[in-house]
Design a protein around this ligand. Sequence first.
Ligand code: ADP
Length: 507
Amino acid sequence: ALSYDEAQKVYDDIDRSFHLTPERLFELTKSFLHEFSIGLREYGHPMAMIPTFVTGVPNGSETGTFLALDLGGTNLRVCEVVLNGDKTFSLRQQKYKVSESLKTGEAEALFDYLADSVDAFLTTHAASAYTTKEEEDVVHLGLTFSFPVEQTALNSGKILTWTKGFSAKNAVGRDVVQLLQEAFDRKHMHVKCIALVNDTVGALLCRAYTAGGCLLGAIFGTGTNGAYVEEVAKITKLGNHPAAAKGGYMIVNTEWGAFNNSRSHLPSTPFDNTLDRLSINPNFQAFEKFVSGMYLGEITRNILTALVDAAPKPLVFGGKSTSVLNTHYGLDTSVMSEVEDAWEGPHRSYSAEQTAPDFSTFDEEKLPPNIRTKLERIRAVTVKQLGFQDSDVTLKDAAIVRWVCSLVARRAALLSGVAVATVLIQTGYASFPDQDGVFSPRASTEPILIGVDGSLIEHYPNFQRTLRESLRCLVGEEVEKRVDIGMAKDGSGVGAALSALQSLKQG
Ligand code: ADP
């Protein structure tokens, strides 16, 4: 049989394989910057650095009423946005489910469904303004489409590839605005799609509208991605495009979820490799698979099942499993959130020589009362969410579950910090430390505004704190403190409205 020490070694090895040293974080940031530079220079790179043709950042004085349609993750949303012109807005919205068969069937059926949803929204939810409009009046709509698109203008762009579980046929290579407009036209709807944005651009525009400016919009939800304000002069692949001659600034959608598709930098564990191999897009969206909500639960499940299956002795749950644990994507990231919430306390401090908590000396009888209470709570979450019998889960199992969750989430949050630091360095707001580890940031006390959205950053305990820990390491405390991260809730809707407004102004 496995001795206690041998069991502990397995836990320690897993723990170590998830560890990111400061040196590793620096290396990753450098590789990230390198991929940024290639993407700005050439088309067709995984780090797509997509020019969005959004050249202005709102300041909060914008006004108007627009429809917005948001496709990109778990739900489809239709909303009506009223920009009040004083940094505030009002919004009514309706969510619609996108079934698996729509995600993976014919594109035409998917876009028909989008049009139907807009139609349903207009008749049941929108303010009466629309229904009293003359027949010939068109309703202007902005589309938030959160998949990689090679944009050629504010109102057109070709779908490059699907991500996040979508794979609708006959869509890749086609203009997404046209696909949607054709669906509206098939149904004789008086709706015109005049702008196309990514959810990251939406988050950036939304935060800029409510805060008076913004450098970066980032999503940490089902997937992860970021868009930032870049100098047009640095987007050299624009070549002779008229936008290049105009100069100034343009929002670039990085598609950073694709970082490391070459698989040479990120420290993959066997649990990551299994996830990737069984995903619908092996070798793609490598960074996203380490970071985002769609995948963290699955990595956690892979670790837990490996511990269940461990031989010669199971290392968790007495070797029992459940249908949740046995099901591909059966463990949702929100369950990890719940487990960590139940702990409700300071997290482990991490040292260079990272090891797992010492489970070999774990003794239920000797637990301090406050720890026992926390572990009881985690046990209850585990029993309920993983579908165990009460007697199947010990307090030690609960401690192991929490350790696994924090391991996977901590790595995700540190890597998220790498992506943010890359943008700060790329835009000159930060620089790497010198050889002695000294940072010399530009003297300024101005806040660096970032708009974020997504369940992970909104709800996952300590996600933002760990992201900031990574930032502090990479760009220094002075810059990190100036970084003002704000939720851009409803960013997709408000961002689509703001870009529709910009499209109208451009004529
Ligand atoms: P989307 O990115 O699709 O617009 P969300 O931002 O809500 O939507 O992200 C959904 C993802 O977040 C899912 O992968 C889900 O597992 C995860 N998630 C949902 N609730 C939570 C939570 N409380 N904590 C962490 N992750 C969550």
